[in-house]
Design a protein around this ligand. Structure first.
Ligand SMILES: *Cc1c(COP(=O)(O)O)cnc(C)c1O
Length: 461
């Protein structure tokens, strides 16, 4: 058995990428206000900004596109996708949406039945949190104790803290809990997996108190693979069986199909035996997303998704996918670069607080390293730290994130191990001169979601 999985596919089509000169990279970054979000993708050599909608479709998916039935209502492509979603989840009802946040805006407000309600989650993803708050509820995160303990080698850092979950329910009162959101894998906590035992325990609690459970399952297939690999009692189960068990533990499934749907756009709402909720969702989906049999997607998008959902559950694909992340993580760790360990499902998280302790959190060490990585080798990563977290709405002070992470996000089926070798070499060069890296200050800062549009400059000491 090789140390890392071999690719279960070969290349059939290529897209040109170019490494522009260092002088030009310096100039482009200055023009972009030292914010990699503002770079043009053609000026980036290896783009590790996100794994959302950035993966490669297979020949089967490209073939399926041609079969798209572009009917407004009741298209053949809808029924094909519906069959796949129902079979994989075991749920009764399905509505397509244009992406994950479309599913959130349709479903979440329907669960908020009175003022001052609360959603509890292992960790709410940013858009999920935004839709919880827009619907007048509050989002409370209760990740496991091990989640932010970098030194703990724990196989399921995405888990819930079960004790706190129950305590929160009792403290706030059952009638104030709008739902429990299981984010699998736990995106904001490093793409870390949630164990089946933890999911079952959450389900038990939710049933005991009669609270709806929602799976925010953009990466449910990657999570199922981790369960198979790391949970002793599940090692003889197939990926599909594990996924089924997980779906069995919830009432609603919301999915950004731009991740484990292996498509560039798309999302899913699936509901278990609650016809009234399904009807309410159908009513809401029309003004927000589109008629309930297309939900903002073209027939061809639904065709590609029907195939992608199956491909993402292929064990050979998943093994290679997760090993790519592990490979890059191992290269960085071997060079002494501090990363979140073990690596999760979709990215390597570099602990830049530890790497650059001389840069205070409000001068954004991970964002500074992101800028250096672009200048050094044309690589684009993204800060997941205090810049992303923003300011306290009351005091307007910068809030301090638990970790100053730089996320190197791995698009699906897109790069090769040669690219990861290159990323590691570039990162090593940056790491060697880490003490000379300077923090950044704002030239322009928007009041909300500032990381997307901020203009910055290096602080001259
Ligand atoms: C990406 C993501 C979303 C939002 O989905 P979009 O397709 O980006 O709108 C929601 N939850 C999780 C866990 C995600 O990773």
């Amino acid at each position: 058995m090789p140390r890392y999985a071999l690719p279960p596919y070969k290349i059939k089509m290529v897209e040109e990428i170019r490494l522009i000169s260092k002088e030009l990279r310096q100039k482009r970054l200055e023009e972009a206000g030292y914010n990699p979000f503002r770079l043009r993708s053609e000026d980036v050599y290896i783009d590790l900004l996100t794994d959302s909608g950035t993966g490669a479709m297979s020949d089967r998916q490209w073939g399926a596109l041609m079969q798209g039935d572009e009917s407004y209502a009741g298209s053949r492509s809808f029924y094909k996708l519906e069959e796949v979603v129902k079979r994989i989840t075991g749920y009764d009802y399905f509505i397509p949406v244009h992406q994950g946040r479309g599913a959130e805006q349709v479903v979440l407000p329907l669960l908020v039945k009175q003022p001052n309600m609360i959603f509890l989650s292992n960790t709410h993803f940013d858009t999920t949190r935004a839709h919880v708050e827009l619907s007048g509820a509050r989002a409370i995160d209760i990740p496991a104790k091990e989640t932010y303990d970098a030194s703990a080698v724990f196989p399921f850092k995405g888990n819930f803290d079960l004790e706190k979950l129950e305590k929160q329910i009792l403290e706030h009162g059952i009638e104030r809990i709008a739902g429990i959101i299981m984010t699998i894998t736990n995106n904001s906590a490093g793409g870390q997996p949630v164990s089946l035992a933890n999911i079952k325990a959450v389900r038990e609690i939710s049933l005991r108190y009669g609270i709806k459970t929602i799976i925010d399952g953009a990466r449910y297939a990657e999570n199922a693979y981790f369960i198979q690999q790391r949970e002793e009692s599940c090692k003889h189960m197939s990926i599909k069986e594990i996924a089924k068990e997980v779906f069995h533990c919830a009432d609603i499934f919301l999915m950004s199909a731009k991740k484990d749907g292996l498509v560039n756009i798309g999302g899913i709402i699936a509901i278990k035996n609650d016809f009234a909720l399904f009807q309410a969702c159908q009513t809401r989906v029309v003004p927000y997303e589109g008629f309930p049999t297309y939900g903002g997607l073209a027939g061809r998008d639904m065709e590609a998704l029907a195939v992608g959902l199956e491909e993402a559950l292929d064990p050979a694909y998943l093994r290679y996918r997760i090993d790519e992340v592990r490979y890059l993580g191992d290269l960085l760790q071997a060079a002494g670069i501090p990363i979140q360990f073990p690596t999760g499902g979709h990215a390597v998280f570099v602990d830049c607080g530890q790497m650059c302790p001389h840069i205070p959190f409000d001068q954004f060490p991970a964002h500074s390293v992101a800028c250096e990585l672009y200048i050094e080798g044309g690589i684009r990563g993204v800060e997941i730290g205090s810049l992303l977290l923003g300011r306290d709405p009351d005091t307007l002070e910068n809030m301090k994130a638990p970790k100053e992470y730089l996320r190197l996000t791995i698009p699906r089926r897109t790069y090769t191990f040669e690219h990861w070798n290159y990323v590691a070499e570039v990162f090593k060069n940056v790491f060697e001169r880490r003490e000379s890296i300077k923090g950044l200050e704002f030239v322009y800062e928007s009041p909300v979601l500032r990381h997307f549009t901020a203009l910055m400059k290096p602080i001259q000491a």
